[in-house]
Design a protein around this ligand. Structure first.
Ligand code: ADP
Ligand code: MG
Length: 419
């Protein structure tokens, strides 16, 4: 019974188990199905993720490329800005400097660090008012082109500059700030002044030449008649002294007129190959004889390199230069002293230098400034034409003449000529 029961039970149980198995199979199928779907979804997500990743990678690459490109363009523009010889300065809408290129730093003597972040006025000053700066453009929107003004250099001196300004806008047309481009005009101004001086000198020269010619004839007359008068007077006649004074005065006038004519006459060079040291020595030896004749207590020293150097020069005119310099040196030392004449290589090894040194009193900076001005002289009987004539001759040889001197330390004139 029990058995049966058990059997039945078992049977029954079996029935129940059968139903349970079905459920289990169903739920297993469901589970499998769900898992499959999940897996599919997962795989899909994974695929999506993968493709997103790829996309992200691509976008990143693109971004990097475009950044690099932007960097390249901005570097390129920056390099251009920095290589410009013109100064470039940019201010933002508040007038604060945001860009100051290399040339701007060179011209103004102010570093980028000194001016960036400062207002235009703080950084550069407004000596001439804002009307002559980028601030005017910022205020009014009007560009300034090809204007001139002066900027104050960091060391205090004024620099003439030419400048232009304009607004800086973004792509939508709104104002970001303004830019000022400026150029150092010091050299141009100097050349203008030189041309002006050359014009003045040419006019002056023309007039002087006419006057000199006009003076020469009556001067010749006076000299001749004074000579005749002297001959008529007896040897011990006291009036001979007066006649001698006339002749002396005429001689001086004649020297002035001659140097005036030499200076104003257009220079014609008769240049040929000559031995420079021989030429210098000839003039120096002649000058020494003059020194001895006038009992001057001056010793001349020579330092000659290049004994065989041949130069293409006009010997007569060049000797005139040497004699002018030697004479000035001697006149600077009325109580005597030493003169050293040198011929040697130029500092930059291009060409030669002839120099004349003295142990005289030297010159103050005021005199140095006027040294090459026609008619400038500190001597009672000077003409003030010796150095300007010398310079004219040297420059006609494509050379240059310069001087180093300071009060109390002697003077040295250097004549540079191409070898
Ligand atoms: P000048 O000799 O007729 O005065 P220069 O043109 O030769 O004219 O010289 C101009 C001036 O330059 C001189 O008057 C003098 O003041 C100055 N000078 C030239 N050479 C020397 C020198 N070696 N030492 C000092 N001063 C000099
Ligand atoms: Mg002189």
């Amino acid at each position: 019974m029990i058995e049966e029961q058990t059997m039945t039970g078992h049977h029954l149980n079996l029935g129940a188990t059968h139903a349970g198995l079905q459920d289990f199979t169903d739920s297993y199928t469901l589970f499998k199905e769900t898992t499959r779907r999940y897996r599919e979804a997962y795989e899909q997500l994974e695929a999506q993720f993968e493709s997103l990743n790829v996309k992200l990678e691509e976008t990143n690459l693109e971004l990097r490329r475009s950044l690099e490109e932007k960097d390249r363009v901005s570097n390129y523009l920056n390099n251009i800005l920095e290589s410009l010889t013109g100064g470039v300065l940019v201010v933002d809408a508040d007038g604060v400097i945001t860009l100051f290129n290399q040339a701007a730093q060179g011209i103004t003597g102010r570093s980028e660090a000194e001016v960036l972040g400062k207002t235009y006025e703080q950084a550069l000053g407004l000596e001439y008012g804002s009307r002559h700066s980028v601030l005017h453009t910022l205020e009014t929107g009007l560009s300034l082109s090809h204007r001139e003004k002066e900027l104050v250099h960091a060391d205090g001196h004024s620099i003439p500059v030419g400048f232009s300004t304009s607004l800086v806008r973004d792509e939508n047309g709104s104002v970001l700030g303004a830019v000022e481009v400026f150029n150092d005009m010091t050299e141009i101004k100097r050349l203008e002044a030189e041309i002006q001086r050359a014009h003045t000198l040419a006019a002056l020269g023309e007039m002087a030449a006419t006057v000199a010619h006009e003076i020469r004839n009556p001067l010749g007359g006076i000299a001749t008649f004074a000579n005749l008068l002297g001959r008529d007077l007896g040897h011990d006649d006291p009036r001979r002294r007066l006649v001698a004074k006339i002749t002396e005065g005429v001689g001086r006038l004649n020297r002035i007129v001659t140097s005036l004519l030499t200076y104003t006459r257009p220079l014609r060079l008769h240049a040929h190959q000559v031995n420079l040291v021989e030429l210098v020595e000839e003039a120096t030896a002649f000058f020494e004889i003059e020194l001895a004749r006038n009992h001057r207590n001056v010793t001349v020293h020579r330092v000659y390199h290049y004994p065989d150097l041949q130069c293409r020069i006009d010997p007569e005119q060049f000797q005139q230069v040497i004699l002018n310099l030697l004479q000035n040196a001697q006149q600077a030392m009325p109580e005597g002293g030493d003169i050293t004449v040198r011929v040697g290589p130029a500092g930059d090894a291009k060409g030669v230098v002839l120099s004349v040194d003295d142990t005289g009193p030297g010159m103050s900076s005021e005199i140095l400034d006027k040294l090459f001005t026609p008619f400038f002289t500190t001597k009672e009987d000077g003409t003030g034409l010796g150095l300007v004539t010398s310079r004219k001759i040297v420059e006609a040889h494509n050379g240059s003449i310069s001087v180093t001197s300071s009060a109390g330390a002697g003077t040295c004139f250097h004549v540079n000529i191409p070898a």
